[in-house]
Design a protein around this ligand. Structure first.
Ligand SMILES: C[S@@+](CC[C@H](N)C(=O)[O-])C[C@H]1O[C@@H](n2cnc3c(N)ncnc32)[C@H](O)[C@@H]1O
Length: 362
């Protein structure tokens, strides 16, 4: 891959995703800001789909991507850590074929009429098992990275077939009901899993490249992450609405992808009391009560690094508060913003515009 970045080519080079809060669409703007900063090593602390890590990998930086979700960890392994392994034609055949194993029926039995149709659930049980059985073909690092690529492709296929691209509700009926819809993925959700998965296997493989650095993926609660003296720490925490006690709950949105990567233990981790059968929550959530004290701890922990924060405005806490928290540790704080709207949420409820904000502290 050509590491000379043409700003207009940036988005087309970065892998596509339907992840809530992904920075993919604002990467050219982020690039314009990041390239003015002097840094060689980066921690992307709330990495999500690793889109910002991928940008920095393209910029030739040594990148550590981190996210508390195991599914995002797999994405990080596949695209950030991985410098060379891809899924070839034979791998994709192995992953999609019925290979004569005794396939489990866990998703068919557990998620009937919740997220996907019966034959799609059967397809998922088969393909997830095939991903595990890649161990018959590979070992060590090759296995780890090929599996991660396959999981990544599977996540993208799964998201494409979900209303709102989420797993927060039992709402398969939205796909099956014969009504007009006001949003766009009704075209993709009717595409066969096989077709989508193969497309994404090709796409994620085509995005693999080496920047000749030792890039790493981690899966940690950022509050427990060791400070490895990164030159720059990029923080893109979950968005918390300013007006009410409401935040983007990634665990609730993507529990099904978390289950996929822990397929053998999935059944013990499910909360059967809820209709949509999410995983039982564990660990600390990023919410209105703890956000200010968490930010203060992070600013303190990473006070020797340049700290860059992505922030959605209007949000909680206010920009003024974040600036005051930062001022305890940093002398120079620069704030830049750009008008932005997330899909399905073109403006905030009170009619105000939404802004993507970047807070750079040195
Ligand atoms: C706004 S998203 C990041 C999006 C990312 N920049 C991208 O482009 O895809 C916030 C991420 O923070 C992660 N997260 C939430 N709480 C966390 C924690 N305590 N430690 C690490 N990651 C966390 C979520 O799983 C989610 O992926």
């Amino acid at each position: 891959m050509n590491l000379q970045l043409d700003i207009n080519e940036l988005i087309s080079k970065t892998p596509t995703t339907r992840y809530r809060g992904s920075k993919r669409r604002v990467l050219p703007w982020l690039y314009k800001n990041l390239k003015t900063l002097k840094f060689d090593t980066l921690l992307d602390g709330f990495g999500g789909t690793s889109s910002v890590s991928y940008l920095c990998k393209m910029m030739g930086k040594e990148v550590t991507t981190n996210d508390v979700l195991q599914s995002n960890y797999q994405i990080g392994i596949s695209l950030i850590e991985n410098n060379k392994f891809v899924l070839n034609k034979k791998d994709i055949e192995f992953l999609t074929h019925t290979n004569g194993f005794e396939y489990p029926t866990f998703i068919q039995d557990t998620f009937k009429e919740i997220y996907y149709l019966d034959y799609e659930n059967e397809w998922l049980d088969k393909v997830i098992y095939n991903i595990l059985m890649l161990s018959e073909k590979y070992t060590g690092e090759i296995l780890r990275k090929k599996r991660a690529l396959a999981y990544n492709a599977l996540f993208q296929a799964c998201l494409s077939k979900r209303p709102y691209n989420l797993f927060h509700r039992k709402n398969l009926y939205m796909r099956t009901a014969n009504v007009r819809r006001s949003f766009s993925n009704d075209i993709t959700w009717d595409k066969p899993f096989d077709e989508l998965f193969m497309k994404f296997c090709g796409e994620v493989s085509s995005k693999v490249f080496s920047n000749k650095r030792l890039n790493v993926a981690l899966c940690n609660d950022i509050m427990e992450l060791r400070n490895e003296s990164y030159d720059l720490v990029y923080l893109d925490p979950p968005y918390i609405k300013a007006e009410k006690d409401d935040y983007v709950d990634y665990h609730t949105f993507y529990h099904f992808l978390e289950g996929i990567v822990d397929y053998n233990n999935w059944s013990e981790r499910i909360n059967h009391l809820k209709k949509n059968k999410p995983l039982i929550k564990n660990g600390s959530m990023w919410n209105k009560k703890n956000v200010e004290s968490n930010l203060t701890k992070l600013f303190d922990n990473f006070s020797d690094s340049i700290i860059v924060i992505s922030y959605g405005a209007p949000g909680f806490p206010s920009i003024k508060t974040i600036k005051e928290l930062l001022e305890q540790f940093k002398d120079e704080i620069k704030i830049t913003r750009k008008e932005y709207s997330y899909s399905l949420n073109h403006s905030s409820k009170n009619g105000n515009k939404l802004y993507e904000v970047l807070i750079i502290a040195r």
